[in-house]
Design a protein around this ligand. Sequence first.
Ligand code: CMX
Ligand code: CO
Length: 142
Amino acid sequence: MLLRIDHVGIACENLDEKIAYYEATFGVTVVSREVNEEQGVKEAMLHVADGEGGGSYIQLLEPLGPDTPVGKFLAKRGEGLHHIAYGVRDITAAMEQIGGSGVRLLDERPRHGAMGTSIAFLHPKDVGGVLTELVESPPRPS
Ligand code: CMX
Ligand code: CO
């Protein structure tokens, strides 16, 4: 069901500073910057590699406010790894299969993610303490 690791989400206090750090340290490049009001984040995707069904990325996340998922996470745990996201071919089918196994879905239906993706989250308490995201990438232009 899982095609690849789509991205790792990293919570930070200052997006511009963290982008500069990742570019200087790892030689990766920003391929998208977006504000996602629904998710309460200002974010950047930095390209790492290409894989089956899409690329893999580092997603840097700065909260839009304290009462957002990333804002609450920073207050409680500080900067660091926030979630892992797996690429899937068909997000609705994956949500049905995983939800059917008893894992709580945090989204009833797919939502909008970076770069035109569809995303959905699984409750960290049902995934061994790991906030987990499913990502379906849009079809590549042929
Ligand atoms: N990883 C692992 N555990 C986490 C977590 C995370 N990122 N965030 C919260 N938790 C844990 C908390 O530590 C807490 O555990 P304890 O009860 O043992 O202390 C429990 O989950 C509940 O946490 P909370 O602080 O009370 O926070 P909420 O329940 O309000 O929200 C969550 C937690 C996961 C339901 C919420 O953050 C959520 O819905 N996340 C999905 C959306 C999201 O994260 N969007 C931002 C990224 C967008 C993107 O990737 O594009
Ligand atoms: Co993400």
